[in-house]
Design a protein around this ligand. Structure first.
Ligand code: UDX
Length: 459
């Protein structure tokens, strides 16, 4: 511990919830081990530092000096995710270089390394080289999905991409067990940019001093072997992160959180369907209505997170028929946001209808909750295939088939018909997640190796 005291790790997250959460959890793990943490964060989506007291936050200003942040302008709000990430990179890459140089040059404590989100990795490489600091990468997706990203150029050469409808259910032997419909792409106005982002991620990770992963060996044995056979970079699968940083979770709760807990406390064990599609995905109004009726007709209690902006073209719930919310009675609860870790750990929750973001997936695995999988884009499709066919802890409900009857069927299937078998697999995997964090467990040992690795850097 003494050796690490005062050694600073600089972290550079991507400013989206699904990327910031694991970066903060990793920061907590490092902090518990005696490192000091500085987080360089874009002024866009800047988090409230008072929620994360042990860390120093520094703002990276946008490149439009004296003007507005291009990311908060009306043109940006109508962009798809790929176009938005391109703009994000253009806006913040150069300012990040300057911020990093300022931070490393401070000389207050020795900076041992930079840990950047993999989406920044290519640029972080130049910035870190300039100031002569070692650089690691945090990949917030699964290993399997990263390997599929890495295979995109090959799959394009082999004509799997762009995806043709008649091939959707075809197995892609190069990235088995993925089918064509599971390949980690998305509809975008800038398809070339999607490949560029994927290629930069792969190059930036491969040229780093190491890759840190929120996964564990027992969960992704084959994808980890696949990665190591193709890339030379050292890897550190040390997840699940959130199970190692519980003691520092923010305790601030708002009124809505308390109401949600009260509501869950009144439900029968394993009776509630929890529904959330993460922090980025959005849906059309007609899909929203199908979900609403499907949940209602299932006649089971449901807790549904509808983020403001989740339904395209609306503010919040105004697309629901009048009286819908009132008639739900105590059977259903719709909220804008929940503390998902707490919800998944609640004994009343019997299933998680999810978009299969990697954080949601690993959080559900850790609580042994069966999943209904409706992936929306990129890595979520890969995660869904693994949940359904490899780990067998959930069922598939394709977005294109998501009408109210299919929804009812899927809920009944996961809660009743297939429920016992799936729950058994869930409990087994939950136990394996616990074991990897024990003293002799793989993640525990990998974390020890990661710390030695970091301490070996020159600084
Ligand atoms: C994004 C991508 O979409 C996803 O595919 C990728 O794997 C990570 O980055 P996101 O879509 O937000 O993430 O999904 P997810 O990875 O599941 O992360 C969402 C996070 O927000 C989770 O940590 C979840 O616990 C949290 N959350 C979500 C809440 O705390 N409350 C909510 O109401 C919803």
């Amino acid at each position: 511990m003494e050796e690490r005291k005062g050694r600073k790790i600089i972290m550079f997250p991507l400013p989206f919830q699904g990327h910031l959460n694991p970066m903060i959890q990793l920061a907590r793990i490092f902090h518990n081990l005696g490192f000091s943490i500085t987080i360089l964060h874009t002024s866009f989506n800047f988090p409230d530092p008072s929620h994360y007291p042990p860390f120093t936050f520094r703002t990276i200003p946008h490149n439009n000096e004296g003007g507005e942040d291009p990311l908060t302008q009306p043109e940006a709000s109508s962009m798809d995710l790929v176009a938005f990430i391109r703009l994000l990179r253009q806006t913040y890459e150069d300012p990040f270089r300057r911020s990093l140089a300022g931070e490393v040059g401070k000389g207050d404590t020795s900076s041992c390394c930079l840990v950047s989100d993999v989406v920044w990795a290519k640029h972080a490489e130049f910035a870190a080289e300039e100031v002569g600091i070692d650089r690691m990468v945090l990949i917030t997706n699964s290993v399997a999905s990263f390997c599929a990203f890495a295979a995109l150029p090959l799959l394009r050469d082999k004509d799997y991409l762009p995806i043709q409808d008649y091939r959707l259910d075809e197995l892609v032997t190069e990235v088995s067990p993925l089918k064509v419909k599971d390949l980690p792409v998305m509809e975008t106005s800038e398809p070339k940019e999607l490949y560029q982002i994927a290629s930069d991620m792969v190059k930036g990770a491969n040229s780093s001093s190491g890759v840190i992963w929120n996964t564990f060996e027992d969960l992704e044995k084959l994808p980890l072997m696949d990665f190591s056979s193709k890339f030379q970079v050292p890897i550190f699968p040390i997840g699940p992160f959130h199970k190692q940083s519980d003691n520092l979770l923010p305790t601030t709760k708002n009124k809505e959180d308390y109401e949600t807990t009260d509501w869950l406390n009144k439900q029968e064990p394993q009776s509630v369907v929890y529904v959330s599609f993460g922090s980025l995905a959005d849906i059309e109004e007609k899909e929203f209505l199908e979900i609403a009726w499907g949940l209602r007709n299932s006649e089971r209690p449901f807790l549904w997170v509808v983020r403001p902006g989740f339904v395209q073209g609306t503010e919040w719930l105004e697309a629901l028929p009048s009286g819908f919310v009132e008639n739900m009675g105590h059977k259903g609860k719709i909220v804008k946001w929940v503390n998902q870790l707490e919800v998944l750990a609640h004994p009343a929750v019997g299933a998680f209808w999810t978009h299969c973001g990697w954080n949601s997936t690993i959080e559900s695995i850790c609580e042994g909750v069966p999943m209904i999988c409706t992936p929306c884009f990129t890595d979520q499709r890969v995660n869904s295939r693994y949940i359904v066919d490899v780990w067998r802890i959930g069922i598939e409900l394709e977005r294109s088939k998501m009408d109210k009857r299919e929804i009812e069927k899927a809920i009944s299937s996961v809660m009743v018909e297939e429920g016992d078998g799936i729950r058994e697999m869930c409990l087994e995997l939950k136990e394996r997640a616990d074991v990897c964090l024990d003293k002799d467990g793989s993640s525990f040992k990998n974390l020890e190796n990661l710390v030695s690795h970091i301490l070996s850097f020159n600084s």
